[in-house]
Design a binder for this molecule. Structure first.
Ligand SMILES: O=C(O)CCC(=O)C(=O)O
Ligand SMILES: [Fe+2]
Length: 212
């Protein structure tokens, strides 16, 4: 638990680093951004085919970004939705801290504690080597867990709270995986935004791995 401590926490890990800003947005800013995103984003439940069965993802999703940063997902190419004011507001606030200009954002809405995301790394080639990914959290605090790919005993977990910013960088995506596990605690919804830079060039699409 991180009570009202707005100061950033630099978390060095073996082969990677995290930077955590527990109260990057004030709680009233975070409340307002959360409400605007709940209302203005066209949240969708996508599905994937797993062993011949259509399995819905246990969360709702959306993709916004610069025109041209399309991404392919479960065999379908999605054009990003255009930027909307609450996303631009967040993007402008986080870019000076992240030190990069993002061209897209993946949005996930965890409706309650049963919604989740399984172990994965954001290591698609279109994100380039050692990508900087900025993760903004609005709503229920959820446990974000990391494990080293070569040694699953090497773990780290933190509770991402309302209004927080987590920056993942250096070699983190190469050496570590992360997940948001289900919880039986009755929780309100949570929005997570991961701002990314999709490299243009050979491929204009982000091939997002199918992950439950
Ligand atoms: O919801 C989170 O905190 C993580 C989301 C995530 O890992 C992703 O979108 O790749
Ligand atoms: Fe991720």
């Amino acid at each position: 638990m991180f009570p009202e401590d707005p100061s950033p926490r630099y978390i060095p890990l073996k082969d990677g680093a995290l930077e955590y800003y527990p109260s990057f947005f004030t709680s009233s800013e975070a409340d307002s951004l959360r409400q605007q995103l709940l209302e203005q984003v066209a949240w969708k439940q996508e599905s994937m085919t797993l062993y011949g069965k259509v399995v819905p993802f246990p969360r709702l999703m959306a993709w916004h970004g610069d025109a041209g940063s399309a991404y392919a997902f479960s065999g379908v190419t999605y054009q990003p939705q255009p930027w909307i004011p609450p996303l631009l507001e967040i993007k402008q606030r986080i870019e000076p801290v992240a030190g990069v200009t993002f061209n897209s954002v993946l949005l996930n809405l965890y409706r309650d504690g049963k919604d989740s995301m399984g172990w994965h790394a954001d290591d698609e080639p279109e994100l380039g080597r050692n990508p900087v990914i900025a993760s903004v959290n609005l709503g229920a605090a959820r446990r974000f867990m990391l494990r080293h790919r070569q040694d699953h005993q090497l773990k780290y977990a933190l509770e991402l709270q309302h209004g927080s910013l987590l920056i993942m960088k250096d070699q983190l995506q190469h050496y570590w995986q992360h997940q948001v596990p289900k919880t039986t605690r009755p929780l309100p919804s949570r929005i997570n935004l991961t701002f990314r830079v999709i490299k243009k060039g050979n491929a204009d699409t982000l091939q997002r791995k199918e992950l439950i």
